[in-house]
Write a protein that binds this ligand. Structure first.
Ligand code: ATP
Ligand code: MG
Length: 462
């Protein structure tokens, strides 16, 4: 964070100092995990249900924190007292940004691929100037202002992921940091349980287009009708990206190699350049186009952009992480999260990488689909069968409709079983896997990860 006196912090968050020197300065980072606090930092203590941050206030000060922002006094600890630390974090972020006039804020939203694309944008932006974009998925009312507060006078580009679990969430985040460049990737069915319909999700994601100012730019996916239509909701300039003929930043002649990596011709108004992606998955075409459009806005020349796109890597874990085991089994770890669209993208990658090999999909339950739950799981099973996946291990009875969707497909000769839990899936894989197989593991977080970790361990022991 930029340097601030404690009295300035108190004013910014509408708080009150207790046991603190008003002239003392915060010179380090704002953290809510006491283990991350360093000299000059500000520790934010949340009164949690299980763990109360205030219990760590003294530890934070011992680690060098200038003060602790919290809801009650702690003996011997310089405090900034507020009613609501989350609101205070937002208020602090709101105060800091106007002090950084040279900073360009880039915001991304969409149902799938926000973190992936945020990481791609960050790698391109970093070639042009100091960039802040932490790894992982800090996209909510906590992670978003926390990320904003990582910016300082040196930062040129601030790349922010914007998540929504309901209406108004993106507007709220944009009220903390208004993106001059706003990217909407896609509208799918993740969190549909809370939203009620895909149209409602489009309304919510479009809040980003609405937040883009007159001198800003909305980068919209031309291949997603609901996203394309957001063009009428922005005051900013619109840049369409995609494979559609009218896209301003377009991919032509897309091909995918045996490792699932796409190549294409990138076309913009002033020319074209060949692109060869290293990141696996056909869906990275769209993600990389969005990142390319951002880079163009930031001024990257086309030739450099072509090269830079080819050097992009995946930074956040468990998203399309493809690794080889010593026994010749290829594992696609896409276990970070799952919704029908990202399941489809991952199954397509499995089919491509597994061409001429035996393919195994270990698929778990997709959370937060509400009334769309059964249909969403069935759709995934149907696609697995259509793509000719050889073995389908459906993990947990809740995910059972994936099995039903697959086995209802006439002519599918693959085999599908429903396994009780991750342990059962690990056992089944141990018995079934053969050298040369390609295994995809995907589900909604939690213990789907255990399956990948076991595959990794057993592969290194092999
Ligand atoms: N454009 C895309 N279309 C479909 N699936 C995608 C796309 N980009 C990434 N994915 C897949 O979606 C899953 C989630 O990716 P990622 O974490 O980047 O998305 P996110 O939008 O940040 O998710 P979250 O809402 O959990 O923050 C991963 O399995 C990833 O491989
Ligand atoms: Mg994310």
């Amino acid at each position: 964070m930029i340097k601030m006196r404690l009295d300035e912090v108190a004013t910014a968050v509408d708080g009150r100092l207790a046991g603190a020197d008003p002239a003392a300065e915060v010179t380090g980072a704002v953290e809510y995990d006491s283990r991350k606090v360093g000299p000059g930092g500000l520790f934010v203590a949340f009164p949690g249900e299980k763990v109360d941050g205030h219990d760590y206030a003294a530890t934070a000060v011992a680690a060098g924190a200038t003060a602790v922002l919290g809801t009650r006094e702690v003996e011997g600890v310089p405090m900034v007292l507020v009613d609501d630390p989350l609101a205070a974090l937002a208020a602090l972020a709101r105060t800091v940004l106007p002090k950084l006039p040279d900073l360009c804020v880039i915001g991304l939203t969409g149902s799938s691929g926000k973190t992936t694309t945020k990481d791609l944008v960050a790698q391109l932006a970093a070639r042009l100037g100091p960039t802040v974009a932490p790894p992982g998925s800090l996209n909510n009312e906590l992670g978003f202002p926390y990320t904003v507060l990582k910016a300082d006078e040196q930062t040129r580009y601030l790349v922010l992921e914007m998540g929504a679990r309901g209406m108004g969430h993106i507007s709220y985040l944009a009220g903390i940091a208004r993106p001059r460049v706003g990217v909407v990737l896609n509208v799918g069915t993740s969190h549909i349980g809370e939203f009620g319909s895909v149209d409602n999700i489009a309304t919510a994601k479009g809040e980003l287009a609405e937040a883009v100012p007159v001198d800003g730019v909305a980068i919209l996916n031309a291949d997603d009708e609901r996203v394309r239509k957001m063009a009428v909701r922005t005051r900013g300039r619109v840049v369409l990206v995609g494979e559609a003929p009218d896209a301003d930043v377009r991919a032509d002649d897309v091909t995918v190699d045996a490792h699932g990596r796409a190549s294409y011709t990138l076309r913009v108004a002033r020319g074209s350049v060949p692109v060869r992606l290293r990141v696996p998955g056909r869906h990275q075409v769209g993600n990389s186009l969005a990142a390319a459009a951002v880079a163009r806005e930031l001024g990257m020349p086309l030739r450099e952009l072509g090269e830079a796109l080819g050097e992009l890597e995946l930074r956040s874990v468990r998203r399309m992480d493809v690794f080889e085991r010593s026994d010749g089994v290829t594992v696609i770890d896409d276990s970070y999260n799952a919704n029908p669209a990202s399941m489809a993208a991952a199954l397509r990658a499995l089919a491509t990488i597994g061409t001429g090999r035996r393919t195994v999909a270990v698929l778990g339950y997709m959370a937060e689909l509400g009334g769309f739950e059964r249909a969403g799981h069935e759709e995934v099973g149907r696609l697995a069968a259509e793509l000719g996946v050889d073995r389908l291990f459906v993990v947990s009875a809740e995910a059972g409709p994936i099995h039903e969707g697959a086995t209802a497909q006439p002519g599918w000769e693959g085999r599908s079983v429903v396994l009780g839990d991750q342990e059962a899936a690990i056992d089944a894989l141990r018995a079934d896997l053969r050298p040369g197989d390609v295994v995809l593991v995907k589900g909604s977080r939690y213990r789907t990860w255990d399956v990948v970790d076991s595959l990794r361990e057993e592969g290194s022991a092999a």
